[in-house]
Design a protein around this ligand. Structure first.
Ligand SMILES: Cc1cc2nc3c(=O)[nH]c(=O)nc-3n(C[C@H](O)[C@H](O)[C@H](O)COP(=O)(O)OP(=O)(O)OC[C@H]3O[C@@H](n4cnc5c(N)ncnc54)[C@H](O)[C@@H]3O)c2cc1C
Length: 243
């Protein structure tokens, strides 16, 4: 249960409230609010919606996206690469996409987030602000070891060509395993997958056999590993690379 609601208008106030009130960051609330209800604990939240963190623009040769940009905003933005718009559209039902934010999606580290996988192949860098100031970390590092603080935004690499493939129980269902590959403008190929680790991962093709995906009712470890190898081969071929 939320007992204290803060809605600061500056980052400094947001940080000091987070420290002084043992509060949680509230973005779209689509994941946080349901998690607080069953726990029944007295909780304070710091709502980021008045901090002007929802813009999408250019930052030199990269695209800068504020942490409070909604998933719907990514779908609708002409600046966002087509593959990311497509993957954002596949993220959750539209009612959730209208509320959920990019920062919340990254902080949630959902192992099946297709959007996060797409961000991984776009060399995404995450900016986090703490009382010590801002720092920028590569998305794979954030996912592996989340930095405490407020995510204020990301920058992503532009250009290149990307393809994604997925296998789910139905076309509308969240994928059991999904792979996305991107060939950059200078010819490097980046590959990311969902459904094979505790969060979406950037991998080398040769490393796929090293993963031990957790099995569930939708697919065993062996089945997920097989899907990962098959889908990875397809998307890498689709961006013009042979394996
Ligand atoms: C029906 C349904 C379907 C869903 N489908 C998907 C799906 O397909 N893919 C998927 O990935 N998720 C899915 N989710 C989970 C959830 O909606 C997403 O992870 C969502 O993107 C979270 O974003 P939010 O802005 O609502 O975050 P919140 O719920 O507000 O916050 C989530 C967590 O992130 C932290 N946080 C939020 N913003 C920041 C920030 N700027 N800095 C630091 N920490 C922050 C919060 O403190 C909290 O711990 C689904 C949820 C529902 C209810």
């Amino acid at each position: 249960m939320i007992r204290t609601y803060h809605r600061p208008t500056t980052l400094e106030d947001a940080l000091s409230l987070l420290e002084s009130d043992d509060a949680a960051v509230l973005a779209g609330g689509t994941s946080l609010i349901p998690s607080l209800i069953p726990a029944g604990t007295a909780t304070a939240v710091v709502d980021l919606q008045d901090l002007d963190l929802d813009t999408i623009g250019l930052d030199n040769d990269r695209i800068a996206i504020g942490a409070m940009a909604r998933i719907r905003d990514l779908v609708e933005s002409d600046l966002v690469p087509l593959i990311l718009r497509d993957l954002a559209r596949r993220e959750a039902p539209n009612t959730i996409r209208n509320a959920a934010t990019l920062g919340g999606t990254i902080a949630s580290r959902d192992p099946e987030s297709e959007l996060v996988a797409g961000l991984l192949v776009h060399d995404t860098r995450v900016t986090i602000v703490t009382g010590d100031g801002p720092q920028t970390v590569a998305l794979p590092d954030y996912l592996a070891t989340p930095t405490p603080g407020i995510i204020t935004g990301v920058t992503i690499e532009r250009g290149g060509a990307a393809k994604a493939q997925r296998t789910g129980r139905t076309p509308a269902d969240r994928p059991i395993v999904m792979a996305v590959a991107r060939r950059t403008d200078d010819g490097a190929v980046h590959l990311a997958l969902t459904g094979i680790a505790a969060f979406p991962v950037l991998v080398d093709v040769g490393e796929l056999t090293a993963f031990d995906p957790p099995g569930d009712f939708r697919g065993t470890t062996e089945y997920r590993r097989h899907l990962a190898e098959t889908l990875a081969a397809r998307v890498i071929t689709a961006v013009g690379e042979s394996i």
